[in-house]
Design a protein around this ligand. Structure first.
Ligand code: DC
Length: 221
């Protein structure tokens, strides 16, 4: 039987924190009448579950075991083992712990498998993350890499994180950028065939329209 290419109708949207990925991916999915998957929420859910179960997020094997065993649903709400973790996965504690979880190769393998399963069940979708175009769906017909200046990204995030100061948010983003781009497994990188879009001076609607034009050209409209 020929291997089914789970990514044949996937729009892959990658980029660093605060580049506008989630907002853009959600809007593009709605316009294409397809589903949207926030893969960062999946890594956050594993970090959340580890902390809740008293497992050190740096402790690779127990965290991987937990990732393989857990039930996980990422849609409007994020449900982990039946617990609604939608709010908690955005906490500063989870945000601090998630880089270690995302650097764990066995967790990446397990979550990558679940991402492909998600796309197969829907025959496509809009998937947003760090390694979606490079590792998870290398055959995706459209790969977009969103960027924005460091200042702009920190501004955006500090508007979302009301309980954190700008300086704190900027330092946290810089730390995560560094860890995400220098880790050994599936680091944040631009796929050779990705379209790089700088969102610093573009508003959400402009970026969404641009991605929809690219999707139409890729035969996904
Ligand atoms: O996009 P976010 O901030 O919610 O992502 C949370 C963390 O998960 C971030 O530090 C990078 C990591 N991540 C990843 O390594 N690969 C993905 N496909 C998505 C997120």
């Amino acid at each position: 039987m020929p291997a089914v290419n789970a990514g044949s109708k996937v729009v892959a949207i990658d980029g660093p924190a605060g580049s506008g990925k989630s907002t853009v991916a959600r809007a593009v999915a709605a316009r294409l009448r397809t589903d949207y998957l926030d893969t960062g929420a999946m890594y956050r859910a594993v970090a959340f579950m580890a902390m809740r179960s008293g497992v050190d997020p740096e402790d690779a094997e127990p965290v991987a075991r937990l990732a393989r065993a857990m039930t996980l649903e990422v849609a409007d709400r994020v449900m982990v083992n039946g617990v609604d973790a939608t709010i908690e996965i955005r906490s500063p504690e989870v945000t601090r712990a998630v880089s270690a979880v995302a650097a764990n190769p066995e967790v990446r393998a397990e979550l990558g498998r679940r991402m492909r399963e998600w796309a197969l069940e829907r025959s496509g979708g809009v998937v947003e993350g760090r390694d979606i175009g490079t590792v998870v769906f290398p055959g995706a017909p459209l790969k977009v890499y969103l960027t924005a200046s460091d200042e702009e990204r920190a501004q955006r995030r500090s508007q979302e994180m009301l309980d954190m100061h700008y300086d704190e948010v900027a330092a946290d983003i810089a730390r995560r950028d560094h860890v995400d781009s220098t880790r050994a497994h599936a680091p944040l990188a631009v796929a050779d065939d990705a379209v790089v879009v700088d969102t610093t001076t573009r508003n959400v609607d402009q970026v969404v329209e641009l991605v929809l034009e690219l999707a139409a050209k890729a035969g996904l409209g």
